[in-house]
Design a protein around this ligand. Structure first.
Ligand code: NCD
Length: 357
């Protein structure tokens, strides 16, 4: 049985197969209308969502399956203090597959360790969001025909933007990709993402200037400043308008540059850009549904097994991330992996943040 907790759980060949299947679904939707007859998807969304939850539900319905939904922690047994492990085991008795969104980082992995059915991570706090990356990759592939040799600019909240972390991880596996990371200094990528780029020798630069980066980009991935993740609201207010893409700024961009955004947008892309043929963010929404359909089929019926990973290390340390699931889930023992090339540096198995020293 397989789950999708992190985009790196699927090899690049497996991602290509999902994209091929999504393409086939676009050409022949009639072949797929009954693939999931009699199957049930449980969507457990303990954080706000419009797109992602509806995308999963609409994907399952389009495959002939049915949907059970829980939204908000107030209306579920989480409010009574139930552990994630118990919730996952319970839901495994009702459904065939789970899509879960949760504010704690690493929550989906904890659920998958107890569930007896596949679990899809639909966003775990500020950590990662692999199915948004499926939508992003499919969009890039349809626009550019390749992932190789692209200069990709990611702009906005690179610290808390979980879609950014998953997209960087995914694109880092293709030759010739380089990143320009555009953000206020306060919202640069977390250290563990920086370490993973350094570990793999991926070229990247960090800048605060969107204008300087624009002329060099093949892809611009805009993101919202993640208001809900700030402990200090005055910092959010100071940073919220850091980047606003306007038609005037777009004159600096390459005529073929694709603009992506996971949505929802607040004000970081002016609505005047929507008519620009380079705006791809609404195509991303459609592509996300097709990729989620392909994923559900793969997890329910695919024969492939997860690759055996490196065994984690149990150290007498805590994860440094205050939002890590290991700090909240009863009975969960923190475990880590060594960071290559860095002495005495370990990353958490659940949220990837570094261990406390
Ligand atoms: C993103 C998310 O939830 O992380 N939205 C989405 O799933 N499409 C991006 C965001 O909320 O800014």
């Amino acid at each position: 049985m397989r789950s999708l907790l992190d985009i790196l759980d699927f090899s690049t060949d497996e991602l290509s197969s999902l994209m091929n299947r999504a393409n086939d679904m676009i050409s022949h939707p009639e072949f797929y209308r009954h693939v999931c007859d009699g199957r049930q998807l449980a969507t457990l969304f303990f954080e706000p969502s419009t797109r992602t939850r509806l995308s999963f539900e609409s994907a399952m319905l389009a495959l002939g399956g049915r949907v059970l939904t829980v939204t908000g922690s107030d209306s579920s047994s989480m409010a009574k203090g139930e552990s994630l492990a118990d919730t996952a085991r319970t839901v495994s008795c009702y459904a065939d597959i789970i899509a879960m969104r949760h504010p704690l980082e690493g929550a989906a992995r904890v659920a998958a360790e107890s569930a007896t059915i596949p679990v899809i991570n639909a966003g775990d706090g500020g950590h990662c969001h692999p199915t948004q990356t499926l939508a992003d990759l499919f969009t890039i592939y349809r626009e550019k025909g390749t992932f190789e040799n692209l200069t990709v600019g990611l702009c906005g909240d690179l610290m808390y933007g979980r879609t950014v972390h998953s997209l960087i991880a995914a694109l880092s596996r293709y030759p010739g990709v380089n990143f320009i990371l555009i953000s206020p200094v306060e919202l640069q990528i977390p250290d563990y993402v920086r370490f993973s780029l350094l570990e793999k020798g991926i070229p990247f630069e960090e800048t605060t200037s969107l204008e300087d980066a624009l002329p060099r980009l093949d892809i611009l991935y805009m993101t919202r400043i993640q208001q809900e993740r700030f402990d200090d609201h005055s910092l959010y207010l100071a940073l919220k308008d850091s980047y606003i893409l306007t038609p005037n700024k777009m004159t600096l961009a390459h005529p073929e540059m694709a603009i992506l955004h996971p949505l929802p947008r607040v004000n970081e892309i002016s609505p005047d850009i929507d008519k620009d043929p380079r705006a791809c963010y609404f195509k991303q929404v459609y592509n996300g549904k097709m990729m989620r359909m392909a994923l559900i089929i793969e997890l329910l019926f695919g024969k492939s097994q997860p690759q055996p990973g490196t065994p984690p290390l149990y150290l007498n340390r805590l994860c440094s991330n205050p939002h890590c699931v290991t700090r909240f889930e009863y009975g969960l023992i923190p475990s880590f992996y060594a960071v290559k090339g860095e002495k005495d540096t370990y990353r958490c198995r659940y949220c990837d943040h570094l261990a406390e020293t």
